[in-house]
Design a protein. Structure first.
Length: 172
């Protein structure tokens, strides 16, 4: 492991393969993947239909950024806009979820004129530029965060500090 990386677990897993909903470690032990790549890839691993579509695209164009126009981006944007509620008629593609969350915060601040952003405790909203939005111990390092981000407790009706009728009032 690189000296720049650090494991989050006392006994980190060495994952070497993924098939559908399973991950396999270097000893061949199988694990059910409930996180799907830190909640960003809910399509499983090596799904034959997805692999076929990826291979089809690789034969045409491997990668381009949102800096350049690409017909598939335009077609997808049109298809996506057809599914959005009335009044929402445009989309903006980004390179990652972190970039999308950072951009969403900046756009919200710019459009509303309000500065504070409320995030939930123990929530992950991204890395790098969006790390100031995350409030997860493993992702918060000891350096100053950008200002204007407030943290609220996660409304947990099962294990939280507040129960039943009082929970809504207190969490709000």
């Amino acid at each position: 492991m690189s000296s720049l990386a650090f494991p989050f677990y006392r006994n980190p897993l060495m994952i070497v393969e993924g098939k559908m909903q399973y991950l396999f470690d270097h000893t061949g032990k199988r694990y059910l993947d409930l996180a799907g790549g830190i909640c960003t890839m809910a399509c499983g691993h090596s799904h034959p239909r997805i692999n076929a579509k990826v291979q089809e695209q690789l034969e045409v164009l491997t990668h381009t950024t949102t800096v350049y126009m690409h017909d598939q981006q335009s077609l997808y944007a049109e298809e996506l806009c057809e599914k959005l509620p009335e009044g929402i008629d445009s989309v903006m593609f980004t390179s990652s979820g972190s970039e999308a969350n950072y951009l969403a915060g900046m756009l919200a601040r710019g459009m509303t004129g309000n500065w504070p952003i409320v995030t939930l405790k123990n929530a992950y909203h991204g890395h790098c530029a969006a790390q100031h939005l995350s409030n997860l111990n493993n992702w918060n390092f000891h350096f100053p965060k950008l200002g204007g981000v407030e943290t609220a407790p996660f409304p947990d009706m099962f294990r939280g500090a507040y129960k039943a009728e009082e929970a809504t009032k207190h969490y709000a």
